[in-house]
Design a protein around this ligand. Structure first.
Ligand SMILES: NC(=O)C1=CN([C@@H]2O[C@H](COP(=O)(O)OP(=O)(O)OC[C@H]3O[C@@H](n4cnc5c(N)ncnc54)[C@H](O)[C@@H]3O)[C@@H](O)[C@H]2O)[C@@H](O)CC1
Ligand SMILES: [K+]
Length: 215
């Protein structure tokens, strides 16, 4: 597996790629979503006949909404549960939500029966997780773990500390995880294995170091 980075490094690399190198964030999100979708098709442990996207209102959720759209446009049955305050949604999340609305991807709410779904996509938190998980987020994570569905996590299983591999209150136990750009150091610790499952590392155009860099 390629080198691992800290969560802070991952946020710095995202920022540099977008604001210094100039690759638009929605381009990175599209590339991430496409790779994640392909990882899900690749993983034969996942049954994609009825998928639910668990989307937070940040960019991790935005990645999840790209996956929702790719599944829908390729004929898969997919629904979205958005968790968190929509008034605090990131710009890119809102852009993806408008696209999902265009495609009329069905929405479900907190009372949804997760056992109806064959695969859940964990897009609640990625590198933005900054405190212990509680409230609706904890409810959804615990319900997802207790369900019969398999879980595919985006970037970092939600609730797992990407630096230490510790659980912050509660955390998603995924069958597989698509991590963006580089794995985060905490995900490679032994204690993280039951949470990450099989790890896919997705190259989306974010690189540590650059031979052409003049600094
Ligand atoms: N444009 C970019 O920078 C890219 C971001 N990507 C994705 O975006 C993710 C990072 O997105 P964000 O920075 O929007 O952050 P997240 O989507 O990880 O988290 C969203 C927000 O949740 C809030 N939050 C943190 N801990 C919480 C808690 N315990 N309870 C409730 N709310 C909490 C924070 O305010 C945080 O900003 C990455 O993990 C990756 O999946 C990828 O699309 C690649 C490009
Ligand atoms: K996640």
């Amino acid at each position: 597996m390629t080198q691992a980075i800290t969560v802070e490094e991952s946020r710095e690399l995202d920022d540099k790629t977008i604001n210094k190198i100039g690759i638009p964030s929605l381009v990175l999100m599209e590339r991430a979503g496409l790779k994640i979708y392909e990882n899900m098709l690749d993983n034969k442990d996942l049954d994609l006949s009825n998928v639910l996207i668990l989307a937070g209102t940040g960019n991790n959720g935005g990645d999840g909404l790209v996956v929702a759209r790719l599944l829908a446009t390729h004929g898969y049955q997919v629904s979205i549960l958005t968790v968190g305050n929509p008034d605090h949604a990131s710009e890119d999340h809102l852009a993806q939500a408008r696209i999902c609305n265009y495609y009329q991807i069905p929405k479900v709410f907190m009372n949804a029966d997760f056992n109806k779904f064959t695969t859940l996509v964990d897009a609640l938190f990625g590198s933005g997780l900054s405190r212990n998980v509680g409230g609706d987020f904890a409810t959804v994570i615990d319900k997802a773990n207790a369900s019969t569905a398999k879980i595919h996590a985006i970037d970092i299983p939600s609730g797992l500390n990407g630096d230490t591999g510790e659980v912050m209150g509660t955390a998603i136990k995924a069958t597989s995880t698509s991590t963006v750009a580089y794995p985060k150091v905490g995900m490679l610790k032994d204690q993280a294995k039951p949470y990450t499952g099989k790890i896919y590392v997705d190259d989306i155009g974010i690189y540590r170091g650059n031979a052409f860099e003049n600094e």
